[in-house]
Design a protein around this ligand. Structure first.
Ligand code: C2E
Ligand code: MG
Ligand code: MG
Ligand code: MG
Length: 280
């Protein structure tokens, strides 16, 4: 054993770190079987038009109810799925399931599906999208894929290439959590996004009259308009946040104020209510 590895002076052994690694290993093991054990489901969260409040689309969000550990939040299991590349088969399942569900909805309602960098950089991703559309019968225009700027970090060229393939099918591409990552205007110049999703932290800032948040949202909305993209404000929880976001001119709103992520049956019921309201 070298001196560096020994009961090290500057690398103190932390029992917490060990517990954390142990928990992660157990979750990873359970996640390997989650698909075949039917432990994964999708929740659907409505996205409404900022002015009319009509439901425009739903975002599909993965849920894991582990037989062993109970419900595990995506914030915990998605990073594990990404590190182990389990996100490739899990994400494919989510994509197929989302398209299948959306195909039952009225044809003006779209579905958004999150895609991780590991999926995007997988050579077969575009053909998986083609296959999910074909077997569900969903029109490509009704599918929007949500990516974050992190997809450009490892192999920007490959990511851009896949985005182009998907776009040429007719699918939309949303840039998720905008403003929190490695926001570079180059990504907006070199890729055609349909939607920019403004992260909840800016929505919160705007409601607290943070001049920075207000200015940034204003600038993003103006830029989106100029580049022919729409904006969605994420995580709108209160009337005050809604008012601010409306004043700022965001196109669409997603948040607990209008609806939490819900099961497929509830989502269909919400659409039926929305359609009734339109007729009334
Ligand atoms: P995201 O794509 O940014 O999804 C939005 C998250 O914000 C969801 O968390 C949603 O439940 C939450 N949210 C929505 N409205 C509100 C609100 O008003 N207030 C607050 N505080 N939160 C709100 P969730 O479902 O826990 O998902 C977390 C993240 O996990 C997602 O963030 C996404 O990055 C990832 N994820 C979820 N499903 C998938 C999937 O199928 N594939 C991949 N690759 N990632 C996924
Ligand atoms: Mg998303
Ligand atoms: Mg988001
Ligand atoms: Mg987010």
């Amino acid at each position: 054993r070298s001196k560096d590895e020994g009961g090290g002076s500057h690398f103190a052994y932390e029992p917490q770190m060990h517990a954390h690694a142990e928990e992660r290993r157990k979750l990873e093991f359970a996640l390997r079987h989650a698909l075949e054990r039917d432990e994964l489901t999708l929740a659907f969260q409505p996205v409404v038009h900022a002015e009319t409040e009509q439901v425009m689309s739903f975002e599909a969000l993965l849920r894991w109810n582990s037989a062993e550990f109970g419900p595990i939040s995506p914030a915990k299991f998605i990073p594990i799925a990404e590190d182990t590349r389990l996100i490739v088969p899990i994400g494919e399942w989510a994509l197929r399931r989302a398209c299948e569900e959306a195909a039952r909805w009225p044809s003006n309602i779209r579905i958004a599906v999150n895609v991780s960098a590991e999926q995007m950089l997988d050579a077969s991703f575009a053909s998986t999208v083609v296959s999910a559309l074909a077997s569900s019968g969903l029109a490509a225009e009704r599918l929007e894929l949500e990516v974050t700027e992190s997809i450009f970090l490892r192999d920007g060229g490959a990511a851009q290439n896949t985005l182009q393939q998907i776009q040429s099918l007719g699918c939309g591409i949303a840039l998720d959590d905008f403003g929190t990552g490695y926001s570079s205007l180059g990504y907006l110049r070199n890729n055609r996004f349909t939607t920019i999703k403004i992260d909840r932290s800016f929505v919160q800032g705007a409601a607290k009259d943070s001049p920075e948040s207000l200015a940034i949202i204003r600038a993003v909305v103006a830029m989106a308009d100029a580049l022919d993209m729409t904006t969605t404000a994420e995580g709108v929880e209160s009337e005050r946040e809604l008012d601010r976001i409306r004043q700022l001119g965001c196109t669409k709103i997603q948040g607990f104020l209008f609806g939490r992520p819900m099961g497929a049956i509830e989502a269909a019921a919400l659409l039926a209510r929305d359609a009734d309201r339109k007729i009334a």
